[in-house]
Design a protein around this ligand. Structure first.
Ligand code: SF4
Length: 449
C-alpha cells in the first residue's frame, strides 16, 4: 500500500540534518511519498525502518513475473483503482492459445502470427507476449510434444493449462528455467500443484468458483511458501468475470482482503465464439483489470486495437511521452539534405518522421526539447520560441554535418521565423513548412526537385 508522507516520516530519524538534499526529514518523507526521492539518500535510516518501509510500501497487488530474461512479463503491482489517480503500472500480458489437439499446420500458423504481429509505435514495439498451451487431450505425451515444439519461440513466455498435475509437471520440466505460469491449482489438486510451483519456482494460477474460494486457495499457497500467484475466478461469462475483476481490485486496494492481492488471468477465448466480441471482451479486461488475457488467436485486425488501447491506458497520464531531443537522420541523408524542426512530443515526432520517411527524401529532423508539448502548445507556453529553437539548432552541431543552411519550421509556428532568423544570423534561411504533417511529402519533394 502506498504510504503517505506522514506515515513515512514516522520511520525517519527526525534530526533534520539535510544530508539527503532537503532541509528536513518531513520534506524528505514528502518527496519519498511522491516518488521523487529514494530512501537510500538518507544514510541514517535504521535497518529495521528500511524493512518496515519496504514491507509497508509493497503494492497491495503483488507483482508477478512470468518468464525470464528481457522479454519476461510483469503483471500486477497496481496501487490504484483509476488511472487518473496515479498510473497503472504493469500492462496486462496478452496470450495466444495453442492446444494439443490442433493440427501442426495450425500451430505453425499461430506461432508465425505470434512472431509477425508486432507494431512499432512511439518508440515501442507493441505485441503479444505469451503462448498459452492448453491440454485438451489429457495426454501427457501430446502435451509435452507441443511444449517441446514451441518452447524456443523467440520472446515467448508461457502459460501451461492442464487439470492434471502430471501434465503441468511435464510441461514445466520441458520449460525449465523459463518460469511458465502453471494453470491451475484448484481445491482438488492444490497440494500437488502448490508443491510443483514451489519446487520449480514457477508462478501459479488458483482457480475457484467463488471469490471466497479464491481467498482460501491463495491463503493456502501462501502458507506453503508460494507467493507468485495469479487468480482465475472461474467465471466464463463476461458480466460475472467483469464484476469479479472489480471486486478483486477493490478488495485488495481497500486492504480488506489481502488474499485477493494478486493479478488475475481472464479467458475471453472461452466467453464467446465470435472473434469481434472476444476482442471487445479483451478490451474490457485491458481497462478493468485483467493481468493476463488469453485470446483464441492473434489476428491483426483485432489484436492491434487491443495493443493500442493497452498502450494508452498504461501510459502515465502525468508524464507526456517524449522523444530524445537531438538531430535524427531520416532516410539517406547527404550534406545537402533539408533540415526540419519539430517538438519532442512523441506523437508529433513519429508523425513528422513518418511523413519524411514516406517522402523518400533524406532529411535531418531537429527535435527540440519542449518538455513533451506539441508544437503549438509548446509555442503558446514559450517553449518553442525562435531564440530557443535557434539555440537548440546551434547546440545540436548540425551546422558541422551539413552544407545546407535552410531550416524548415512547422507552419503552425510560422510566427517564430523572425526571432529564429535573428538568433541564427544571416547564414541561415528560415523556411515556413506545412501546417499539416500530411503535406510534408509534397513539400519535401518540391523542395529538392
Ligand atoms: S538525511 Fe535523513 S536524517 Fe537527515 S534530514 Fe534527510 S531524512 Fe532526515
Amino acid at each position: 500500500m502506498a504510504l503517505s508522507g506522514i506515515q513515512i516520516f514516522k520511520f525517519l530519524p527526525k534530526t533534520n540534518c539535510g544530508e539527503c538534499g532537503v532541509p528536513t526529514c518531513l520534506a524528505f518523507a514528502m518527496s519519498l511519498a511522491a516518488g521523487k526521492a529514494e530512501l537510500a539518500k538518507c544514510p541514517y535510516v535504521s535497518e529495521a525502518s528500511k524493512a518496515a518501509l519496504s514491507e509497508a510500501s509493497a503494492p497491495p497487488i503483488r507483482t508477478v513475473v512470468i518468464g525470464s530474461g528481457d522479454s519476461a512479463v510483469k503483471v500486477g503491482g497496481e496501487t490504484v483503482l483509476f488511472r487518473h489517480e496515479k498510473t497503472f503500472v504493469n500492462r496486462p500480458g496478452l496470450a495466444l492459445l495453442l492446444t494439443d489437439t490442433m493440427e501442426d499446420a495450425e500451430i505453425a500458423a499461430r506461432v508465425k502470427r505470434f512472431g509477425e504481429l508486432r507494431y512499432p509505435r512511439v518508440g515501442l514495439i507493441l505485441k503479444g507476449e505469451l503462448l498459452a498451451i492448453e491440454s485438451k487431450s489429457g495426454d501427457a505425451t501430446k502435451f509435452k510434444a507441443l511444449v517441446d515444439k514451441v518452447k524456443d519461440v523467440p520472446e515467448a513466455n508461457f502459460v501451461l493449462i492442464a487439470n492434471d498435475v502430471a501434465l503441468l509437471k511435464a510441461g514445466a520440466q520441458a520449460l525449465a528455467g523459463k518460469k511458465p505460469l502453471l494453470c491451475a491449482a484448484t481445491a482438488a489438486n492444490i497440494d500437488a500443484v502448490g508443491a510443483l510451483a514451489k519446487e520449480t519456482a514457477c508462478p501459479v494460477v488458483v482457480r475457484a468458483e467463488s471469490l471466497d474460494g479464491v481467498a482460501a486457495l491463495t491463503a493456502k499457497l501462501e502458507a506453503m511458501g508460494v507467493k507468485d500467484i495469479v487468480i482465475d475466478t472461474g467465471s466464463r461469462k463476461i458480466r460475472e468475470a467483469f464484476i469479479d475483476q472489480l471486486a478483486l481490485r477493490r478488495g485488495a486496494l481497500s486492504g480488506k482482503n489481502k488474499a485477493w492481492g494478486y493479478p488475475s488471468i481472464v479467458f475471453p477465448n472461452e466467453m464467446t465464439q465470435d472473434p469481434i466480441m472476444e476482442s471487445l471482451y479483451a478490451a474490457t479486461f485491458v481497462a478493468k483489470y485483467g493481468g493476463i488475457i488469453v485470446l483464441s488467436d492473434f489476428r491483426g485486425e483485432t489484436l492491434f486495437p487491443i495493443l493500442l488501447e493497452r498502450l494508452n491506458i498504461y501510459a502515465d497520464p502525468q508524464r507526456p511521452m517524449v522523444t530524445e531531443p537531438k538531430v535524427y537522420e531520416i532516410g539517406n541523408v547527404t550534406e545537402n539534405s533539408p533540415l526540419l524542426v519539430t517538438s519532442n512530443f512523441a506523437l508529433t515526432y513519429f508523425i513528422v518522421s513518418g511523413e519524411i520517411e514516406a517522402s523518400r527524401v533524406g532529411a535531418y529532423l531537429l527535435v527540440v526539447d519542449t518538455e513533451g508539448l506539441s508544437v503549438l502548445t509548446a509555442w503558446a507556453a514559450g517553449k518553442f520560441a525562435g531564440d530557443l529553437v535557434g539555440a537548440a539548432l546551434k547546440k545540436s552541431g548540425i551546422a558541422d554535418r551539413t552544407k545546407n543552411r535552410k531550416v524548415v519550421i512547422p507552419g503552425l509556428a510560422a510566427i517564430i521565423s523572425g526571432d529564429l532568423e535573428e538568433e541564427l544570423g544571416p547564414d541561415w534561411n528560415v523556411i515556413i513548412g506545412p501546417r499539416e504533417a500530411s503535406h510534408i511529402v509534397p513539400f519535401l519533394k518540391q523542395m529538392v526537385a
